[in-house]
Design a protein around this ligand. Structure first.
Ligand code: AMP
Length: 277
């Protein structure tokens, strides 16, 4: 496994990889969710590239950029064990040198949900992913359904800007008690970690109602709200039951729907979702 930092080193190493090349962008502090993306890429592609970059432009001023967990040696040994060919760890200074003033922005899909709660977040995500795509030039790129809106926004960007890249979205990896794996779970103390299982319980309760024929989106949102409300350490920021493709809120579920939410457990903001189909 080759580990590079600069754009020049990346281009040189990338040129030597066999194709097709699969690319997994990450912010590091890797867990089994990230590794599942690598494994998908490893199965599909002859060359696998992973980037580790805590992208400052996707964090809001009051978010956790400074405290975001980092452990590069551990990440590298996990990636080596997973059979990655090339790891790119660019620096913020090289990504955003003095004078940087070009942004990539997707319009409508970024308005609701995470976009409404985190102004500027998706502009940071689409800008950095466009730069990563340009530098790596993969045939396929792998993202997690955990960040459902991000996947939808990046699919839109890839299509609208004619990147010749196939976007592959992989299922959410969960802890045995249902909590979606996330680098941010490390912020939770033992009591909060226990409380955080309420996200999965809320989604499961809503899906049970859906499975029994409930198609009223308001009723499903209410089940989530009530279940989260039953956990004193959890505070619901939003719950959404939206069209899977447009992310517009639904009254009734007719096609594929995305049931999603953001919840604070202490100061830690957690997101999760189920696809209803
Ligand atoms: P991050 O390092 O948080 O930016 O995540 C990098 C990629 O891993 C994104 O495409 C995420 O959607 C994906 N990812 C994060 N958590 C999970 C998970 N629990 N299961 C599957 N994919 C995940």
């Amino acid at each position: 496994m080759i580990v590079v930092t600069t754009f020049a080193e990346l281009r040189q190493a990338r040129a030597k990889l066999p194709g097709p090349v699969g690319f997994v962008p990450t912010m590091g502090y890797l867990h089994a969710g990230h590794i599942s993306l690598v494994e998908h890429a490893r199965r599909d592609c002859a060359g696998v590239v992973v980037s580790i970059f805590v992208n400052p432009t996707q964090f809001g001023p009051n978010e956790d950029l400074a405290s975001y967990p980092r452990d590069l040696p551990r990440d590298l040994s996990l990636l080596e064990a997973a059979g990655v060919d090339l790891v790119w760890t660019p620096t913020p200074e090289s990504m955003y040198p003095p004078g940087f003033q070009t942004w990539v922005e997707v319009a409508g899909l970024t308005t609701p949900l995470e976009g409404a709660q985190r102004p500027g977040h998706f502009r940071g995500v689409t800008t950095v992913v466009a730069k990563l795509f340009n530098a790596v030039g993969p045939e396929k790129a792998y993202f997690g359904q955990k960040d459902a809106q991000q996947a939808a926004v990046l699919r839109r960007m890839t299509c609208d800007l004619d990147f010749p890249i196939e976007i592959v979205v992989c299922p959410i990896m969960r802890e045995p008690d249902g909590l979606a794996m996330s680098s941010r779970n490390t912020y939770l103390d033992p009591q909060q970690r226990q409380a955080a299982t309420v996200l999965y319980r809320a989604l499961s309760a809503a899906r049970a109602a859906y499975d029994q024929g409930q198609r009223d989106a308001g009723a499903l949102r209410r089940i989530v709200r009530e279940t989260i409300g039953s956990e004193p350490l959890a505070k619901l920021q939003y719950v959404s039951c939206a069209d899977f493709d447009t992310l517009e809120e639904l009254d009734r579920i007719e096609g594929r729907a995305l049931l999603s939410m953001a919840v604070y457990v202490g100061k830690t903001r957690l997101i999760d979702n189920f696809v209803l189909e």
